[in-house]
Every structure is written in C-alpha cells, then in structure tokens.
Design a protein around this ligand. Structure first.
Ligand SMILES: [Zn+2]
Length: 381
C-alpha cells in the first residue's frame, strides 16, 4: 500500500505531535516527581540545628532556608539556652562570642524561645512545614522549669514540637553556668521529663557519657545516672545528643558495647541517639575499624539513630554540609533501608508524632490561665 503525499505529511506531522506529547509528559512527570518526593536532591533531615549562638546572634530563618535549599527539606529549629556574659572586668574590650573565650559565667536566656517562635511565625505555611521548633530557654535545676515550657506552648500555640537541646553534664559548659549546678538526679529535671511526656514533646538532651580526662578506674557515673533518668520516664520520646561524646570527652572503653547494651534494653526502647557534631564524627569515622563498628551498630538498630549537623548559624551551604560529608564513609556501609531511616525516616517518625500530640495538647489547654491568679489577700484587717 502506498501513502499519498498528504497522508505522509499528516503522518509526519502526527509523529511530531506525538513526540512532543511524549517529551512534555516525561518532563512533566519528572517535575511532579521532584515536587512530590524529595528523594532526588534531598540528603537528610536535620535533627540538631542551632539558629543562634552563645551570644544569641546568628542567621535569620529565611537565610537558613537558602542554606538548606533543596538539599535539606526539613530541620529542627532552636537557639542556645545559654548566654555568655561579656564581663568587662574579665576580658575588657574583647567581646567573647564563645564559652571558651572567657572565664565569665553563662546564664539561662529564656527570650530565645520567643525569638525562635517569632522567626518561625515570619514564614509562610509551606515554609513552616519544613521546621520543627524546640523550646530551650529553661533552667533545668528550677522546679518552675516545666511552667516555663507550658507558658511558651500556650503563648505560641502551633509552633513547638520539642524541648532541647538542653544540657546537664557538658565539658567546659556546665561548670560555667551561674547558679545551682545541674544534675541528672534533680527532681526539677524529672518534672521537665514528666511534663514533656504528658504533652508529647520530643526531648533532645546533651549529657556527656564521662568526665573530661578521667583518672584510670574512675567510674563514668553520668552514664549510670542518665540510664536511671531515662528508665524513670518510659513514656518520654528521648534523643540523646552525640552518643554522649564531646570535644574531649572521647569514646569510653567499650563505648559501642555500652550503647549496644542500652539499645537492646526494653526499658530504654523510647531512647534514640543522634550522631550530630563534627567533634563526634571525628571519633566515629577516625579509622576504617571505628567506621565499620559504628555502621554495624546502626545497621543492628536501624530505628534508633538520627542524623543531625549541630551546626550553629551556618552562613553557607558548604559549611552546613560539612558533617554530612564527613560521614560519607559511614553512610556507604549502611544498608539502603538503614541509611534512609538514619537520614530521614526516624526523624519523620518522631517529629510527625510530636506534631500531632503537641497540637492536641495545645487545643485541650487553649483556655487554661497562662498566668497564675494572684494569691488571695489575707482576710480581715
Ligand atoms: Zn548542639
């Protein structure tokens, strides 16, 4: 059969239209896929991020959105609950911006919570959905600390999903905080954990596993006290920051065995661990052996580890992604499913649940008095 010229022209025209349709459909599909799923470009969700530093300065949340770009679809959002005092008698005209730069004390700075809330509220609904803000501005030795958390929730409903990062034992920091020394045995801390459990807030706690430079044979009493605290609050959702490591608090002997035992303990099934901070990455991926041992442990407990950067107010993406890049040898040794959980899945599980629970608590308590009524004056004259 022979086609007429017209038929040929029609067929070739039809073919071009068909081709255009295919190209359009494929590119449209690709665009949809990148809109609906962040898997193409997204590296991780950030379970540990500070918008401001020890003198309450940092970047705006708008700037942070630029730094996150499409690499990090979702992040926690908190400041730092401690303010470094600029004591003129100590450093004169030198204005310290970090706790190691002066001997002057640190003090609890509650305004950080209002600042974080206002930054969050400056965003569109779509942008807000990318953040999980946390309350940090309380003194964990104060029996009134839980009241502060309650007041923040009721003053800024619809904002917060967790508390922390806050600190009990931290090298160089805890001894510098003005006032009573924080302790894992303080009933004030128990009241904070109880209240967070009641509301459904995720708890992100920093507590070193040991003292800096322990003498041989010195027991890591912090680890025991921390385990006891966690066991006293089985309904809490807890993230233990940095596996208990620090700048110089290095892995204790058999650290991974201790963590393995803790994670296998059913009484601690509500506890997860974050591997944030470049100071921690430096220990975990120091040698092929440490990298392999850490990867084995994470593969063994895929639901219990979270990735985080612990960056403080990063001004560019290269700085922000530093910890992720340091961990690449570790990530390469995880199973695909474990890697997904470490980087995103466990974060989504904990914070999605917190969003629902905290919003429900806020609704239920929306009409509670935020300020206690004044005490009744004594009767008579
Ligand atoms: Zn931190």
């Amino acid at each position: 059969m022979k086609y007429s010229c017209d038929a040929k022209r029609f067929l070739s025209k039809g073919f071009v239209i068909f081709l255009c349709f295919i190209i359009f459909s494929v590119s449209g599909f690709a665009q949809n896929a990148s809109n609906n799923s962040d898997s193409d470009t997204a590296l991780f969700y950030d379970s540990h991020f500070h918008l401001t530093n020890y003198i309450q300065e940092g970047i705006t949340v708008q700037k942070f959105l630029q730094v996150m770009s499409n690499k990090v679809p979702r992040s926690t959002l908190f400041g730092i609950p401690l303010q470094q005092q600029w004591a003129y008698e100590n450093t004169g005209d030198y204005a310290p911006s970090y706790y190691l730069q002066t001997d002057a004390p640190l003090y609890y700075y509650s305004f950080t919570d209002a600042y974080i809330a206002m930054q969050y509220r400056s965003l569109t609904k779509e942008q807000q959905a990318r953040f999980d803000p946390m309350i940090t501005g309380f003194n964990p030795t104060d029996m009134y600390a839980a009241d502060h958390i309650r007041r923040v929730l009721l003053t800024f409903p619809g904002v917060f999903e967790g508390i922390g990062e806050f600190t009990i034992h931290k090298e160089f920091v805890s001894p510098k905080i003005a006032g009573e020394t924080a302790s894992l045995m303080n009933p004030a801390l128990d009241s904070i954990f109880s209240f967070a459990s009641e509301v459904g807030l995720v708890i992100l706690i920093h507590n070193d596993i040991d003292a800096p430079f322990p003498k041989p044979g010195q027991p890591p009493y912090q680890a025991k006290q921390l385990g006891d605290l966690f066991r006293r609050h089985p309904d809490a959702t807890i993230i233990w920051a940095h596996c208990g490591l620090g700048r110089i608090v290095r892995p204790v002997k058999d650290q991974l065995t201790i963590i393995d035992q803790a994670l296998s303990d059913p009484a601690l099934k509500h506890v997860c661990i974050d591997i944030s901070w470049d100071e921690v990455a430096k220990y975990l991926v120091r040698t092929p052996q440490t990298t392999k041992a850490t990867a084995d442990l994470i593969n063994k407990y895929p639901d219990r580890f979270l990735f985080g950067t612990d960056e403080v107010a990063p001004t560019d993406q290269e700085k922000y992604l530093k910890v992720y890049n340091m961990y690449k040898p570790l990530l390469a040794q995880l199973t695909p499913s474990t890697r997904q959980k470490l980087l995103k899945g466990n974060y989504a599980r904990l914070f999605d649940a917190a969003r629902i629970k905290v919003r429900a608590w806020e609704k239920l308590h929306a009409n509670d008095p935020q300020i206690a009524p004044p005490p009744t004056p004594p009767s008579g004259d």
